[in-house]
Write a protein that binds this ligand. Structure first.
Ligand SMILES: [Zn+2]
Ligand SMILES: [Zn+2]
Length: 111
């Protein structure tokens, strides 16, 4: 019968568990983002979409700085459509501000 760890150990374990979880989340997003293939696709996409689509919807003009995936990678739809992340029609040109906001919203939506 193993004895329960003291309370502070439990907190430490919980902290480590959360750190691992975050690491896993990051790992999920890393591979694609650092491939030469993605970099060139991203550059090409931004060249043909020089403006942030989300700002444009709000009547604003902002240069595209990032390329976002829609459906988001890691989402159910992304998996179900067996997307690789390199599909031109799943890309969205966004400014950094919008990109951050989109991901915040996604995290809420994914729960
Ligand atoms: Zn924007
Ligand atoms: Zn994104």
């Amino acid at each position: 019968m193993p004895t329960l760890p003291p309370k502070h150990d439990k907190q430490l374990l919980e902290q480590r568990r959360r750190m691992k979880q975050r690491q896993r989340q990051r790992d999920k997003y890393q591979p694609l983002l650092h491939t030469a293939r993605w970099e060139s696709l991203r550059a090409a996409y931004r060249q043909s979409h020089p403006l942030c689509f989300r700002c444009a919807e709000n009547g604003l003009i902002a240069a595209s700085e990032d390329v976002h995936h829609d459906p988001p990678r890691g989402s159910k739809e992304f998996r179900e459509r067996k997307l690789s992340g390199y599909e031109w029609d799943t890309l969205r040109a966004v400014c950094k501000k919008c990109h951050g906001e989109i991901h915040q919203q996604e995290e809420k939506d994914l729960g």
